[in-house]
Design a protein around this ligand. Structure first.
Ligand code: ARG
Length: 417
């Protein structure tokens, strides 16, 4: 009988290296590794060789940065999706794409299982496995970290040494770090105490705002149908644009976030995020929408952006709800074309200008000068009708509640005497 095959989401770190060996041993399976590059600072060279040395029969490495940005990051940007109004979801957006990569290799290799290195109490296991269920309902999900015997990093290292698994036992960061082009997520260590201010070494890719350049820098972002297409008047491909903006905004200490968040699995956790480009792009994109979207569309979209964020965070990327929300969002982005200027300075980001051929800002209506064309008289009738229910209610029930003087504001004044 030929062995079953399992495709492993492989990073080359300790957990996934031990996993390769463990799956061979415990599941009697043939292991194939898959490593998706979503934009890491760390070198992916050598990952393939390492996987093979560890016991994989084949190892795949794929550059997925373009697909990640175009098909995952940009839809979320257009939707204004920030989880709990804050987190741009670099990690959450990456998981469904990595799951898709796993499934594609599983099909090619005729595998019956896919495995990931997520723990049993995080969101990422959910994102991986729900995505696999959507894309390949017949494949089995294996999560070794939920079932294996190791209780500490030391036990894993011991196992690795026993099996001659090449692990670089360099100085281990006290943090758990996940990173891609859209941002870095940092947790564990001293960060587990929400009252502890993140020490300097918790930050991986942004400057400390207090020592960032003393002169502000302006960036000008051009959008076309809600998608960033240029930076400082230079047309750029999506990956280059985000890389460059990460560097610029990171230099100014912009994009640091410190969040206590609600996980899908019921617990609250505290995480530090560094997402310089994502922070600036979400901000600039919304500013352009303020200028170009119809009022009611802008308001409705704000409500749906929370739904979109929840869906991404909860691992429901490959669902009909996401397709439906994307259809709505894309419809709203038809006129979100224009230019936004943002000022970066020591950790802060401010709007410095916006412009669009689809701008709904009408200077003749907005001005307080003699150029004004707004019909002031028309307001009288408008307010009468608009306020009619309020007037009627108070005619019937009296307006005492709002007129009482609980703070005794007029005590001792002439009016009261
Ligand atoms: N809390 C974030 C999320 O669920 C990030 C999870 C991974 N974080 C990490 N430091 N490894 O999307």
């Amino acid at each position: 009988m030929s062995k079953e095959r399992v495709v492993v989401a492989y990073s080359g770190g300790l957990d996934t290296s031990v996993m390769v060996r463990w799956l061979i041993e415990k599941k009697n399976a043939e292991v194939i590794t898959f490593t998706g590059n979503l934009g890491h600072s760390r070198e992916l060279k050598g990952v393939k060789e390492k996987a093979l040395e560890t016991g994989a029969v084949r190892a795949y490495v794929a550059d997925m940065r373009k697909e990640f940005v175009e098909d995952y990051v940009f839809p979320a940007l257009k939707a204004g999706a920030l989880y709990e109004k804050t987190y741009p979801m670099a990690t959450a957006l990456g998981r469904p794409l990595l799951a898709k990569g796993l499934v594609e290799i599983a099909r090619k290799e005729g595998a019956t299982m896919v495995a990931h290195g997520c723990t049993g109490k995080g969101n990422d296991q959910v994102r991986f496995e729900v995505s696999v269920q959507a894309l390949a309902p017949d494949l089995r999900n294996v999560a070794p970290l939920r079932e294996w015997e190791f209780r500490s990093r030391e036990e894993e290292i011991e196992y690795a040494q026993k099996h001659n698994i090449p692990v670089s036992v360099t100085v281990k960061s006290p943090y758990s770090i996940d990173e891609n082009i859209w941002g870095t997520s940092v947790e564990c260590g001293v960060l587990e105490d929400p009252m502890v201010e993140p020490p300097a070494d918790a930050y991986q890719r942004t400057a400390d705002p207090t020592t960032a350049p003393a002169t502000p820098e302006y960036v000008e972002i051009g959008f076309q149908h809600g998608i960033p297409v240029s930076l400082n008047e230079k047309a750029l491909d999506p990956v280059t644009l985000i890389d460059m903006l990460n560097a610029i905004a990171g230099t100014h200490g912009v994009g640091r976030l410190d969040l206590v968040e609600n996980r899908l699995v019921g617990i609250k956790s505290r995480e530090i995020y560094e997402a310089p480009a994502a922070t600036v792009l979400h901000f600039a994109h919304t500013e352009l929408e303020r200028l170009t979207l119809d009022k009611s569309v802008f308001h409705m979209k704000n409500q749906l952006s929370a739904e979109y964020a929840n869906l991404v965070y909860n691992g429901l990327w490959f669902t009909p709800l996401r397709s439906a929300l994307d259809a709505f969002v894309n419809e709203t982005q038809k006129n979100v074309t224009g230019l936004v200027r943002v000022k970066l300075y020591r950790g802060s980001m401010t709007i410095a200008g916006r412009q669009s051929v689809h701008s709904l800002y009408n200077a003749k209506l907005a001005t307080y000068t003699t150029e004004d064309t707004f019909d002031h008289q028309a307001s009288e009738g408008f307010i009468k009708i608009f306020g009619l229910p309020v007037k009627t209610y108070n005619q019937v029930n009296g307006s005492g509640a709002f007129l009482a003087d609980p703070h005794n504001l007029f005590a001792g004044t002439d009016a009261k005497k």
